[in-house]
Design a protein around this ligand. Structure first.
Ligand code: IPE
Length: 274
């Protein structure tokens, strides 16, 4: 069931790309439409590709999540109310993404982590991936997103799209993981932002701390530094998977990246041999 004769890709549309990160609950509807159309075009031109599409929460989930401290744990009635509010915010953005995908002709089905993930101390411990794998095998686009999740020690928590990808990658073994955001890649000189790092491998990890800034707006799941660290851990575990962190605008970039273009910053397990 989890063996793909096709090329499997995980693609994340970052919260900063699809929402106005500083304006609570404001989606970039035009942009979501353009991105959905780019996905549709790529899949019709590259029919051998199977796609797990994830999206962030941006100014939808992060605002409530920060207000109630949901990622740290959920215990009181007030915190559980907050958990439900974060769920609703994340789900309402997902609705917009699903509608845009369907309007563009993409046969997409959503797999919300809140319905299936069990976390343990903030880390995904269990998620039955079989229904999602069946959707991919059937040629459907499986969609997931940063969401609330039940947690055996914290009560509840938040899982980011990258954490969902990191959990699913060893099972589904994607060839490429594409992380599209507002920025054209990982900046070598944040916050000056004049130079994008073309390639990062695990041996660069010690220097990254000083180079990478956090994210400017409210981001309960850690900003760029933690995203790069998570992807480095992933390529170490799965050396034949490559990761791209790149800009999702213009939407044409999404089409190009799905169909194989190298954009932004590449994260690999080792330097390619010449
Ligand atoms: C965050 O998910 C989830 C919530 C706050 C509910 P992500 O970490 O994947 O989202 P972005 O890309 O930072 O917005």
């Amino acid at each position: 069931m989890t063996n793909f004769p096709h090329e499997l890709i995980f693609l994340k549309l970052g919260g900063s790309l699809i929402t106005e990160k500083d304006k609570p609950h404001t989606a970039r509807c035009e942009r979501i439409r353009a991105l959905a159309q780019a996905v549709a075009r790529a899949l019709s031109e590259c029919p051998h590709i199977r796609l797990l599409l994830g999206h962030g929460s941006g100014s939808f989930g992060h605002v409530e999540a920060a207000k109630y401290g949901t990622r740290r744990g959920v215990h009181t009635a007030e915190e559980w109310r907050g958990f439900a509010e974060v769920w609703r915010a994340a789900q309402s953005l997902n609705r917009l993404v699903m509608d845009a995908l369907h309007d563009a002709g993409v046969p997409a089905v959503a797999f919300p982590p809140s319905a299936g993930v069990l976390a343990s101390d903030g880390k995904i411990a269990h998620w039955d991936e079989k229904p999602l794998a069946a959707a991919l095998n059937a040629g459907l686009v499986a969609v997931t997103y940063g969401d609330v999740a039940f947690d055996t020690s914290r009560g509840g928590t938040i899982v980011s799209t990258e954490e969902v990808f990191a959990y699913l990658a060893p099972v589904l073994k994607p060839r490429r993981i594409l992380i599209a955001g507002e920025e054209p890649g990982v900046w070598a000189d944040y916050p000056k932002r004049t130079r994008v790092i073309p390639l990062i491998t695990p041996k660069d990890a010690p220097e990254l701390n000083s180079v990478l800034g956090g994210s400017a707006a409210t981001d309960v799941t850690g900003g760029m530094f933690s995203k790069v660290q998570a992807m480095l851990a992933l390529v170490k575990m799965l050396p034949s998977t490559e990761v791209l962190i790149f800009g999702g605008t213009p939407a044409e970039n999404i089409h190009a990246a799905i169909c194989g273009a190298s954009l932004g910053t590449k994260i690999l397990n080792a330097m390619p041999t010449a």
